[in-house]
Ligand binder design. Structure first.
Ligand code: SAH
Length: 462
């Protein structure tokens, strides 16, 4: 007879000695231990010491630093004292120059690994002052035992809120709004929504701040439309924060991780804010995508337009166009622009933006970029340059295939995910050569990086 089966321990009991040899795609230290590889947040290459087991997910072990024996020369004192617990800024303890070097290397590595392409990206362009840059802030709310509201970020992989009072990467006006919502929320007896129980009212507060105009939008995301003290709450909020220019209620009654729901009600002001980017005025509604780092967006678009090498005669296609930003900036340097975006509110913003800026050579279509690209290829439409700026999951084979048929001279791919960028570039390689890769640090202190890649049609003269 067999003896009782012994379960393998899920966690090694004793602390482990380890050395950090690299940083993972998610910005965690890759730590070699006698028990194999552990992914450890807040540990940087060259460091060694004691770590302890934290959890295992899909066969991968994650650890926590217990004690460092060897400390990296790139380790710095973080401004934010809760950056380790919050998990939003995995690199606040890593010197900014080292972050930029890491991001350049990460982009190179993705091209090597995923696209089997050796390319040296240009050095990642960083910010002069990499703090308080985020113009969009969204936080879930909770309530403590004394009935005080708090807000913060979800601890990685959980629905547990890590309370945050000051966030060093967010526009400083957001803090004032969140303080006011916490205070008023208590006096108006607003119940924060509890994800797991599906009970409560206030799900998230989303704040959007214009960089170049004094405009701030507050979106109260609620689980139901029924908001009894609606107008008094809004009046009190504006009194606390007179710089708020518009308040929107967004109703999201679904059991989902998606923050915004379909239904919206403007409670105060025009329902949108306006900002200025590359000299153009843009109106932005709650549901429209707008880049989160307005300072680096100007650098990013500048690099994208430069890569396109526009001379004034080109027809440009702006796919995944949001509120029309890249296309409108490009419109000054080319003959005409065709823009496609799937969110109808963003397309409505884009049309109004073009009108307000007296831009007449851009046309906007609402639809799926791939289907649109396929139709353009079928019609053998002439396009000289394609800008692609898809969401994190990247583009798809239908779209990329249609580009190879359409044969624009250049494809300028703007991406917030180097892995899907490299995958899509590998697909385009049958018709295109990869000419240049420029990472831009849109998200200092986080693991994310934005990249502009320029591809030229094979055997093209231009
Ligand atoms: N170029 C814009 C937006 C980039 S974000 C800017 O720089 O601001 C990516 C955009 O792609 C979002 O606006 C999103 O709504 C849109 N999108 C997502 N899937 C799409 C699809 N299948 N077809 C067209 N647009 C899509």
């Amino acid at each position: 007879m067999k003896g009782p089966t012994r379960r393998k321990p899920v966690a090694p009991a004793a602390p482990l000695k380890g050395t950090c040899v690299d940083l993972s795609y998610e910005g965690k230290g890759v730590v070699k231990t006698e028990d194999g590889i552990y992914f450890v947040p807040g540990m940087f290459p060259g460091e060694s010491g004691e770590i302890e087991f934290a959890y295992r997910r899909t066969g991968v072990a994650f650890g926590k630093v217990r004690k460092l024996d060897v400390v990296s020369k790139d380790r710095v004192e973080p401004r934010c004292k809760i950056c380790s617990a919050c998990g939003g800024c995995c690199f606040q303890q890593y010197a900014y120059e080292a972050q930029l070097r890491h991001k350049t290397a990460l982009v190179k590595e993705q091209f090597r690994k995923v696209a089997k392409t050796e390319i040296d990206p240009l050095p990642c362009i960083g910010m002069d002052n990499p703090y308080f840059y985020r113009n969009k802030i969204q936080m879930p709310f909770g309530k403590d035992k004394k009935g005080n509201l708090y807000c913060g970020f979800y601890k990685e992989g959980t629905h547990v809120i890590v309370p945050v009072n000051t966030c060093y990467i967010e526009d400083e006006r957001a803090k004032l709004v969140l303080e006011a919502v916490k205070k008023l929320g208590k006096s108006f007896r607003i119940e924060p929504y509890q994800e797991d129980a599906g009970y409560g009212f206030l799900r998230h507060v989303l704040i959007r701040c214009a960089k170049h105009k004094d405009e701030v939008m507050v979106v109260l995301v609620t689980a139901s439309d029924n908001f009894p003290s609606r107008s008094n709450f809004v009046k009190a909020l504006i009194k606390e924060c007179p710089f708020i220019t518009t308040v929107v209620q967004n109703v999201n009654s679904r059991h989902t991780n998606v923050i915004l729901g379909e239904f919206e009600r403007v409670l105060y002001g025009p329902g949108f804010i306006e900002d200025i980017l590359c000299g153009i005025r843009f109106r932005i509604s709650a549901k429209s995508f707008y880049q989160v780092n307005p300072i680096m967006t100007e650098t990013l678009y500048g690099k994208a337009i430069e890569a396109a090498g526009l001379t004034g005669t080109e027809t440009v296609f702006d796919a995944y166009s949001g509120i029309g930003t890249i296309g409108m900036v490009a419109s000054k340097h080319c003959k005409n622009v065709i823009s496609v975006e799937i969110v109808k509110e963003a397309v409505a913003d884009a049309r109004k933006n073009a009108k307000a800026n007296h831009i007449e050579n851009v046309s906007f279509y609402c639809g799926d970029a791939s289907s649109f690209m396929v139709q353009m290829a079928e019609k053998k439409q002439n396009v000289d340059v394609v800008f692609l700026d898809p969401p994190r999951k990247g583009s798809d084979e239908r779209c990329l295939n249609a580009i190879c048929k359409l044969k624009p001279q250049k494809v300028v791919y703007v991406s917030c995910d180097p892995s899907t960028l490299a995958r899509d570039v590998a697909y385009l390689k049958k018709s295109y050569d990869l000419i240049s890769v420029q990472p831009v640090d849109m998200f200092p202190h986080t693991q994310h990086v934005e990249t502009v890649a320029m591809l030229r049609l094979k055997d093209s003269k231009k």
